[in-house]
Design a protein around this ligand. Structure first.
Ligand SMILES: Nc1nc2c(ncn2[C@@H]2O[C@H](COP(=O)(O)OP(=O)(O)O)[C@@H](O)[C@H]2O)c(=O)[nH]1
Ligand SMILES: [Mg+2]
Ligand SMILES: [Zn+2]
Length: 303
């Protein structure tokens, strides 16, 4: 007897078990045929239903188009979600956002090759928008900025048009309105998620595991793990790939391995001096280099 074969997309992952959406839209709870498959939401997988078995098993993970990861507090890389079409960084005038956190999300997306946009929520609080000045250099770099209000509905149509037909993740600091936007955009889908795992008594035991919400217009990824976000960086030299305006200048530096910190004849430092590169963005870059150094030290201790 041979296996029945199938394919699908992982929409929820619980480590040893996953929920897979089949091509016909049905969601099935699957076991993993072997250890080490390392599945996250968004993964495309091959399934088999073995004769004599009573459920689908994931036998293989198909190649990933991209993978958004994070660095945890011990400096270990953790995969969050695969095959994303875009990352929306949600900001708001109140609570005021830390621009350095916003830059870390943008750096994670850039490193993974995922297009990013800014979702500027709470535009009904326009009187307090003076905290959003840090968006200007980002806008000037060509990053789309969409002003919305989850409260009044302003801009939501434009946001849906942006998200339409794509798999998007909305990330951002606590309080900026991610849940409000998710409820507004995919409320029914959010309620459906987790029903299968609750029914089978598995629950969600890791707070960072992502899930995919399927709305009529597209997909939204719910990822609690992106709250306190640092991109995964294995080498200091790689930090600049998260800052496209800095990476673009590196060929003008005298040293091939220039980190653009205190090296002489550095095109990046010169551009910061002349105002061509935003000084705050450069500071973000420096902080991420330093964070990477600290994490390297911590990794050293734990290995
Ligand atoms: N004025 C205003 N408040 C909002 C808006 N969106 C969300 N909020 C409020 O901001 C607070 C935090 O929202 P929440 O969705 O829980 O943020 P999250 O932590 O990012 O998930 C709540 O009190 C929301 O009612 C908005 O567009 N305008
Ligand atoms: Mg929330
Ligand atoms: Zn340099």
């Amino acid at each position: 007897m041979t296996d029945t074969e199938g394919t699908g997309t992982v929409v929820e992952s619980y480590g040893r078990r996953v929920v897979v959406r089949r091509p016909d839209g049905e969601r099935v709870s699957c076991k993993l045929r072997r250890r080490g498959l390392d599945l996250v939401a968004g993964d495309e997988v091959r399934l088999a239903f073995a004769a004599g078995d009573d459920e689908w098993a994931v036998v293989e993970r198909l190649p990933r188009r991209n993978l958004l990861g994070r660095t945890d507090s011990r400096g270990r890389t953790e995969a969050l979600v695969a095959n994303l079409d875009q990352l929306g960084v949600v900001v708001s005038p109140r609570p005021a956002c830390d621009p350095f956190v916003v830059d870390r999300y943008l750096a994670g997306a850039a490193q993974a090759g995922i297009p990013a946009l800014i979702v500027s929520n709470k535009c009904d609080l326009a009187a307090e928008s003076d905290t959003l000045g840090f968006l200007e250099p980002l806008r000037a770099m060509g990053l789309p900025v969409i002003s919305v209000s989850a409260r009044t509905g302003t801009g939501i149509d434009e946001l849906v048009a942006r998200l339409s037909g794509r798999r998007s993740l909305l990330a951002g600091q606590s309080g900026v309105g991610k849940s409000s936007l998710t409820n507004l955009l995919a409320g029914d889908a959010a309620q459906a998620t987790g029903a299968l795992s609750h029914a089978s008594g598995e629950g969600r035991h890791t707070t960072t595991s992502s899930s995919i919400l399927e709305a009529p217009w597209g997909e939204l990824v719910d990822s609690p793990g992106v709250r306190d976000y640092a991109p995964p960086v294995s080498e200091l030299k790689d930090v600049q790939s998260g800052f496209t305006e800095i990476a673009a200048l590196a060929s003008g530096c005298r040293f091939l391995d220039c980190l653009h910190l205190r090296e002489p004849h550095c095109a990046v430092q010169a551009a910061v001096g002349s105002g061509r590169v935003d000084a705050r963005r450069y500071e973000s870059y420096r902080r991420l280099v330093n964070l990477t150094r600290q994490l390297d030290d911590r990794r050293g201790w734990h290995d």
